[in-house]
Ligand binder design. Structure first.
Ligand SMILES: [Zn+2]
Length: 87
């Protein structure tokens, strides 16, 4: 029997677009790693490499402190696409 590949080959979105530095002010980049409730998506779901995931987490935490991204989202205020509310 031949070996089966259970998982699709994942790739890092940041590596693909060749981003060296993730800026906390650039929410468009951070969007890839944010869930709809502004949680940081784990690496196993996004497929980011370790190097970029660490940068993303730092950037997101900074963006939260500067109030670019909310810490929590109320249940009542949940919209289909909350990222549109930022802009
Ligand atoms: Zn990467």
């Amino acid at each position: 029997m031949q070996e089966r590949r259970k998982f699709k080959k994942r790739f890092c979105k940041y590596c693909e677009s060749k981003i060296d530095l993730i800026d906390y002010k650039d929410i468009a980049q951070l969007k890839f790693s944010l869930s709809e409730r502004f949680k940081i998506m784990p690496r196993r779901l996004t497929g980011n490499c370790k190097h970029h995931q660490e940068m993303v987490t730092i950037a997101i935490k900074r963006a939260r402190q500067t109030a670019l991204i909310p810490y929590i989202v109320d249940r009542k205020n949940v919209v289909e696409s909350p990222l549109d509310m930022i802009k």
